[in-house]
Design a protein around this ligand. Sequence first.
Ligand code: ZN
Ligand code: ZN
Length: 369
Amino acid sequence: MDTLAALFRAVGAPLSIETITLDAPKPTELLVRIAAVGLCRTDLHVMRGERRVAMSPMTLGHEAAGVVEAIGADVTGVAVGDHVVLTFIPGCGRCRWCSKGLHHLCAEGPRITQGGQLDGTYCRHDRLGRDVGAFCMIGGFAERTVVDQASAIVIDKDIPLDLAALVACGVPAGVGAARVRAKVKPGDSVLVVGCGGDGMNVVQGARLCGAATIIAADINPTKTELARTFGATHGVTEHGEALTRAVLALTGGIGVDHAFVCIDPPATLLPAFRATAKAGNVVVTAITPDTVKQIDVPPLELFATQKAIMGAVYGFTSPRLQIPELLRLYRSGDLKLRELITQTYSLEDINRGYDDLEAGKNLRGVVVF
Ligand SMILES: [Zn+2]
Ligand SMILES: [Zn+2]
């Protein structure tokens, strides 16, 4: 069938809105009508060439939710008409990591930039008949997509699908980083550097954990103010060494128990590390461009202060566990989702949405169909 899609064709170029053809789902695949897809910064890194993908053209978009329209013969646990959230790392169910319940570490994860389906084939084709890839095995910037069942999680139908899309990436990444990776405890102090899609959800994750001090740091004062509505107790707009000094001043010279690096790790990791208390945690949730090969942290400082520097992808927990749990927290009023959406766009307007993200206007832009 034909479907409208936003394609990455070349580094530095805007996404190309084109009609592509989509093959019917294979035995373990689903045809999904996308209802909403978030404009995450990771796709922008691909457009800028900072996160390299293996092919073009490729349909970007990985923060998506929709409705199942057809299923392959071997699909189990998903039916036509089900509402699904798509996961940007598939859970193959068989590898070492999936066997331990750690789907965010699935052995298939490193292939999400390759463009192929989970089985390595291509099911999208452009007008010239060339294969079109799907970023994260999802390709959510399209009216319809075909994904393996390993990339879909069935959700309750009463959850609005524009909000469901948010729990596909930014919300679990941020909330899970605080709750699961850092294990923030009641009374702890937290620093969040970069209050965008991930960082704002670290703020609300830290609030859910009962953190007593939540310092939101962003060079954009609008975002630090907004962070207060998600639970931040302080806002700072400094960066670099001045950021470290500001955080130390707010914590009696001790530093925070947990610092989260949610934007530009090459510039923010060391200031965040130095704003962290001895034996504290520094959690990196943001992507660094492929071209940056190292970030310097003085080794003696690392040794002597006994801090831990750790990464967190997908909130360091299985999306199959976390996504339904986050939706329960939304339903009970403990998790803000609607408040994360700054603006909605049509697919044809997606490049304007990314311009707004780059201009710092959006916490989350969402394409709704
Ligand atoms: Zn994302
Ligand atoms: Zn796996």
